[in-house]
Design a protein. Structure first.
Length: 423
């Protein structure tokens, strides 16, 4: 049976990656700030939240109590817009609609966190968050992060099978009462899905750890590309150009040796953030896919990488993660290491690698915006040191990289182990 060509293999990988990304629209941070009790000129007890584009509202906040003893504070989110929601809401004496209201009994130096979704906040573009003391002596600080998710739907046709569009919440749902969930099922109105049974549409991926779907598909894409490179030698230059996203238009030889040609590597490793960003994140991990073009002792490396960090308790966001990706381009220099390895035919099986390159470092959902600001994309530069070991047609590489990220409160250290083909 004839094997698929390299272009077909790459197309399958990119199509699978695109399909996954379509189900994983990240939230955009729009605003952040602090509220205080008692209020001061620099820290009020309320704030106006506005956005200039469509989307689903999301709000994350943390209340930090002082040492003034037991007290009770109320967090309230209201809007002056007229609404007709499937789940009725009360109004204030001034006529504003109360989208969310909760009392928080707090002890000395206690910390509480809350995450609100479009079910609580609807899709209105104007909100007001208020902090009020109703019992005891309140000495509290509330830190909030206002985010906007993309709309899941605007009509029923945009939802999956057995689902309907709740336009007021901008989401697809499969129930609005228990009768729609069958025998023994119950409808969770906060999520819009039945507690028993499976949904049929495109739903957001969980951020509670596990192997992210996007990274998994990136890994599959890389494996397919490696199969293409190893099985069809003549079309290896085509694969190199495609994966370099037209950034590396270089004429590579059709028949390569250990010193020339193109090779593709996949792998992964550890990621560590430093500085203020590092204080709010745990050491993380990532996946790397790189395309290397080499001519004797010099070469060029084009790399795609993912990053995933769990948030610490200090970040005070439950179940939160900081995820993102990087696109890197760097020249490389290879230094042969004069050692003899038994049963290895390669002339120089072990080499040191040095490079200094540029990275476009991006964050998919910036949940630590209070220390980084609202930007999602950053410029970064830094050196890379590594070792390359060649065994027949395989290359094993271990690299350590330092990235100075401009306008970001910290730097990034990463260590990756990759495997590649260079037939």
């Amino acid at each position: 049976m004839k094997r698929p060509t390299s272009i077909y293999l790459l197309a399958i990988g990119f199509a699978a990656l695109a399909a996954t990304v379509s189900c994983m629209d990240p939230a955009d941070p729009v605003d952040y700030g602090e509220l205080c009790l008692p209020a001061t000129d620099s820290c009020p007890d309320h704030a106006e939240l506005r956005r200039g584009f469509v989307g689903r509202n999301a709000l994350e906040f943390t209340i930090r109590a002082g040492a003034a003893g037991q007290s009770t504070a109320v967090v309230r989110v209201v809007t002056d817009r007229e609404l007709s929601l499937p789940d009725p809401r009360e109004t204030t004496d001034e006529g504003a609609t109360i989208l969310f209201e909760e009392e928080y009994p707090l002890g000395d130096e206690e910390i509480l966190s809350q995450q609100l979704t479009s079910f609580h906040l609807a899709v209105v573009p104007d909100l007001r968050i208020e902090l009020e003391c109703i019992d005891g002596i309140c000495d509290h600080r509330l830190e909030y992060l206002y985010l906007v998710d993309s709309l899941e739907c605007v009509e029923n046709e945009g939802c999956g099978r057995n689902q309907f569009c709740e336009v007021e919440y901008g989401r697809c749902a499969e129930c609005d009462d228990d009768e729609q969930c069958g025998s023994g099922g119950s409808c969770n109105r906060e999520t819009g899905f039945c507690a028993v049974g499976e949904s049929a549409g495109c739903t957001a991926a969980s951020t509670n750890g596990g192997f992210p779907a996007k990274s998994g598909l990136l890994f599959i894409m890389a494996v397919l590309a490696l199969l293409a490179i190893s099985s069809i030698r003549r079309r290896r230059p085509i694969v190199a150009v495609v994966l370099s996203a037209a950034a590396l238009v270089v004429a590579t030889p059709t028949v390569a040796s250990a010193d020339t040609g193109a090779s593709m590597h996949i792998g992964g490793g550890v990621r560590v953030l430093t500085g203020d960003a590092g204080d709010l994140t745990h050491p993380g991990w990532g996946i790397t896919v790189s395309q290397q073009l080499r001519w004797h002792r010099v070469g060029t490396n084009f790399e795609l990488s993912t990053n995933s960090f769990g948030l610490t308790d200090e970040a005070a966001i439950e179940r939160g993660q900081l995820t993102g990706y990087g696109i890197s381009l760097s020249p490389q220099v290879y230094f042969p290491i004069p050692v003899e390895v038994p049963n290895i035919e390669a002339e120089r099986p072990l080499e040191a690698i040095t490079s200094f390159g540029y990275t476009r470092w991006s964050v998919a959902e910036n949940r630590i915006a209070r220390v980084t600001g609202l930007d999602l994309n950053y410029h970064a530069i830094g050196p890379t040191l590594g070792l390359r070991f060649r065994w027949n047609d395989l290359e094993f590489t271990s690299t350590a990289r330092y990235l100075h990220i401009f306008d970001w409160p910290g730097s990034l250290f990463s260590v990756d182990v990759t495997i590649g083909f260079n037939p």
